[in-house]
Design a protein around this ligand. Structure first.
Ligand code: SAM
Ligand code: SF4
Length: 467
């Protein structure tokens, strides 16, 4: 997989395998330590915060060292074959720790657990518990079963579960930006995608609990929330649609920035775009995965839009929110894709000029519509070569887009110190581009500043604070 830049928050390559560490409450402690690490999309990282919240409530403490843990959980991703391979390799590393501590409970959570179900127990002797994304409330009970000597599986998917009443615990973040899950599952059946099988039917969380979570985060000092869902535009709770929800969250405070991801080209409405335009604190940035620029391939992918429709949505964004940043996902070498059809993806990229993109070579996933109906007939080296062409084109566009931001003032939320130097702050502009600038004692993490962009690298704007 290639991404430019590698860290745009929705799928943060630098966070893959990150362990969650929470403040422990000695009063509640049951003396057992939980280690949990997460892979894949932001939804998984948010789910790990829910899992930790459930187990903390039962007296567990968290640790960052799996070797000293009593319960080791790995929250997994199934989206591409290499994501699953990564998890298998990681499980091998847990083997020696378990050999030293036979009482250690090893659990696999998330999409791979849902996809493989009890097969996991046959394939990986070390695994004691397999738990799908809708069964986390059952975890304390499942751990108990393992303590009693059995191995346990719960991969039931639910039509209702949204974990709305569980407050996720967020302590190893920057304290400024947070994610809020607004829905779960997906009802689209993109033929390449395993998500509808691993995360079940789409369901929306009630808006009051979302607004309350945003309000609580704001009171705790957070200044940016990202509303998460596989297809946020199909959010629907009684009479509240996504545009209404966005507005309600934007009204929590003008000082709370609101972002969201992911938008589906078939569903994104002008109403959402007008709501974005109306509120200064809704960031002018849309992640709009195109997957392919060719209508025949889009049909095979079952994306339910074609090239012209996608272009029309991009035109609407540019018309209603001229300064909007746009990013995308692209798949190269989908079943039967010809060279001309691949060229259509490149020309679509030229049309839109994305700010950034996540780009992948097609990876066939067992059980998906594409695996059943089509032959994965594009040779690996052709998929890779097309991917390189897409990545190179995106690199040019990312740079060009950043260059258009140079020489301008940007409102930036200070997120922390820059990775390279403790003398610099970093944060993002409205369009989600990373901005680095010298520290100024008058401003702190969580403050908004106006930064004049003086120059850029391929992924970062560099500037200074202006008053
Ligand atoms: N729900 C979002 C959407 O519809 O755009 C994204 C879901 S998925 C977690 C993120 C991205 O992974 C997809 O947009 C797609 O580009 C990529 N992806 C999904 N399945 C894939 C596969 N089988 N092979 C390669 N890339 C895949
Ligand atoms: Fe997968 Fe399509 Fe749903 Fe996105 S919209 S999660 S790509 S099925």
């Amino acid at each position: 997989m290639f991404e430019i830049p590698t860290n745009t928050k929705q799928h943060d390559e630098t966070r893959q395998g990150e362990a969650l560490l929470l403040e422990n409450d000695p009063k509640k402690s049951n003396g057992r330590k939980l280690y949990i690490e997460s892979y894949g999309c932001q939804m998984n990282f948010s789910d790990s915060e829910i899992v930790a919240s459930i187990l903390l409530d039962k007296g567990f403490e968290t640790t960052r060292d799996y070797k000293e843990a009593d319960v080791v959980f790995i929250n997994t991703c199934s989206i591409r074959e290499n994501a699953e391979q990564r998890v298998r390799n990681r499980l091998k590393e847990f083997e020696s720790a378990k050999a030293k501590n036979p009482g250690m409970v090893v659990g696999v959570l998330g999409c791979m657990a849902e996809r493989l179900k009890s097969k996991f127990l046959e394939e990986e002797r070390l695994v004691d518990v397999v738990v799908g994304p809708d069964a986390y409330r059952d975890l304390p009970n499942l751990i108990e079963k393992v303590d009693e000597g059995s191995r346990a599986v719960n991969v039931l998917l639910s039509r209702e579960e949204t974990y709305a009443d569980i407050s996720p615990v967020r302590l190893n973040t920057n304290g400024v930006t947070a994610f809020i899950s607004i829905m779960r599952g997906c009802d689209n059946m993109c033929s390449f995608c395993v998500v509808p099988f691993t995360r079940g039917r789409e369901r929306s969380r009630d808006p009051q609990s979302i607004v309350k979570e945003a309000t609580d985060l704001f009171k705790a000092g957070y200044r940016e929330v990202t509303l998460l869902g596989q297809n946020v535009d199909s959010y629907k709770y009684e009479t509240v649609n996504f545009a209404n929800l966005l507005e309600q969250v934007a009204q929590v405070s003008p000082l709370l920035r609101v972002r969201f991801s992911t938008s589906h080209p078939k569903d994104i409405t002008d109403e959402v775009l007008h709501t974005m335009a109306r509120y200064e604190n809704i960031c002018k940035y849309i992640h709009l995965p195109v997957q392919s620029g060719n209508s025949r391939i889009l049909k095979l992918m079952n994306r339910t839009y074609d090239r012209a429709w996608y272009m029309d949505r991009v035109d609407a964004i540019r018309r209603i929110i001229p300064e909007c940043g746009i990013s995308t996902d692209v798949i190269t070498g989908f079943c039967s894709e010809t060279e001309e059809e691949h060229q259509d993806t490149l020309s679509m990229m030229d049309y839109v000029r994305y700010d950034f993109a996540y780009m992948f070579a097609y990876s066939e996933r067992p059980g998906t519509l594409a695996a059943k109906r089509y032959t994965d007939d594009i040779p690996e080296e052709v998929k890779k070569r097309r991917l390189t062409e897409v990545v190179d084109r995106q690199r040019e566009h990312s740079l060009q887009r950043l260059q258009t931001y140079v020489g301008k003032a940007h409102k930036v939320l200070i997120e922390g110190l820059s990775k390279r130097s403790d003398n610099d702050y970093c944060g993002r502009n409205d369009q989600n581009s990373m901005v680095v600038f010298p520290k100024d004692e008058r401003y702190h993490v969580g403050d908004y500043v106006t930064v004049y962009a003086e120059k850029c690298t391929s992924a970062t704007l560099i500037g200074k604070i202006i008053d």
